[in-house]
Write a protein that binds this ligand. Structure first.
Ligand SMILES: NC(=O)c1ccc[n+]([C@@H]2O[C@H](COP(=O)([O-])OP(=O)(O)OC[C@H]3O[C@@H](n4cnc5c(N)ncnc54)[C@H](OP(=O)(O)O)[C@@H]3O)[C@@H](O)[C@H]2O)c1
Length: 301
């Protein structure tokens, strides 16, 4: 095969930016579209973009990801996370282009007693974001056989707004930070998600036929939000004189937020067996992201 025409939607988000920051395979032509350039809820916009770019494969990293906002802006969340992916899958099916779609650990309720979730475990979301992402997954399965649904969790990195960049801002501005010990997940560097998307795309483009279906990817080991916050402080310490206290808290200390699954660690054996992609330590991804973010900043100690 010659040039592979790969279409990326949601290109302005953190995963979209991380993918564009990778050195892409020489035989790729990437058509990257931000929200403003192609709204996946707009049937005609998607149709025109597809007709113009003529993709061999489509990657969808577009979504409404603000979990609490999804609770209050349900129509917008349903459009972005359910109707948009459904529309996209139908249009990909019509042109026989495989679709790689990102989903989330929040499709699970997280009450499984500390057992990582397998890709075929029963979904049972506890918040509206998870509900819309589950419906998006189901619509894709219904519309298009050639799909890969890649569930990831607690994505962070050097690009966009995410758990890492928000924590750095909090360290800069607060003397006391409370972080919960009763939400556990596998933090996932956005660069690892990007590399995985590239590897899956390449495998499918050279004719891998057993690579469709639902897969999990997250960093290891599992961590509470508190542990993750403490590691961020450690990684940031050489660049700042700020030393806020980072204190343990419980989810119930923060009323008014959408419920979160208490334990949503993803079991990642399927992606290793089918694609040869192994889980990586998220601390390595944190170090890499910090290097990018702190470029040009002098160490203070
Ligand atoms: N972030 C996490 O911790 C996390 C965890 C698990 C799974 N995921 C999944 O990973 C994927 C990528 O997320 P991310 O972290 O990169 O999120 P992100 O940074 O919020 O990026 C999502 C992008 O999608 C765009 N978007 C929203 N609605 C759209 C629409 N109707 N049409 C086209 N683009 C639209 C957003 O643009 P605007 O900002 O302009 O709206 C944004 O640029 C999503 O499927 C998400 O559900 C993320």
């Amino acid at each position: 095969m010659g040039i592979k025409r790969i279409m990326l939607l949601g290109a302005g988000g953190q995963v979209g930016q991380a993918l564009r920051a990778e050195t892409l395979p020489a035989d790729w032509e990437l058509g990257a579209y931000t929200h403003a350039e192609c709204d996946i809820t707009n049937h005609r916009a998607v149709q025109e973009t597809i007709q113009k770019f003529r993709p061999d494969l489509v990657i969808n990293s577009a979504a409404m990801t603000a979990v609490d906002k999804c609770e209050t802006e349900q129509e917008q969340a349903t459009a972005a996370n359910f109707r948009g992916p459904a529309n996209l899958a139908a249009q990909c099916s019509a042109i026989d282009a495989p679709l790689i779609h990102l989903s989330t650990d929040y499709v699970f309720d997280g009450t499984d007693g500390g057992k990582p979730y397998r890709a075929d475990d029963k979904m049972n979301p506890v918040n509206f974001y998870g509900h819309t992402k589950m419906m998006g997954e189901e619509a894709i399965r219904h519309e298009h056989g050639w799909h890969v649904i890649l569930r990831v969790s607690s994505v962070f990195g050097a690009y966009g707004t995410n758990l890492l960049t928000k924590m750095l801002q909090t360290i800069d501005t607060r003397d006391e930070i409370k972080s919960v010990t009763d939400q556990i997940s596998g933090p996932t560097p956005s660069q690892d998600v990007a590399k995985t998307l590239i590897a899956i795309t390449n495998a499918i483009m050279v004719g891998k036929t057993n690579g469709f279906g639902t897969f999990h990817l997250c960093g290891e080991p599992p961590a509470t939000r508190l542990e993750f916050a403490q590691e961020i402080m450690k990684a940031y310490a050489p660049y700042t004189t700020r030393r806020p206290s980072i204190l343990p808290a419980l989810t119930s200390d923060f009323p008014g937020f959408a419920p979160r699954p208490p334990y949503s660690v993803l079991e990642c054996s399927k992606i290793r067996e089918i694609y040869g992609i192994a889980q990586k330590p998220w601390r390595d991804g944190l170090a890499e992201a910090m290097q990018i973010l702190m470029q040009g900043r002098r160490q203070v100690a």
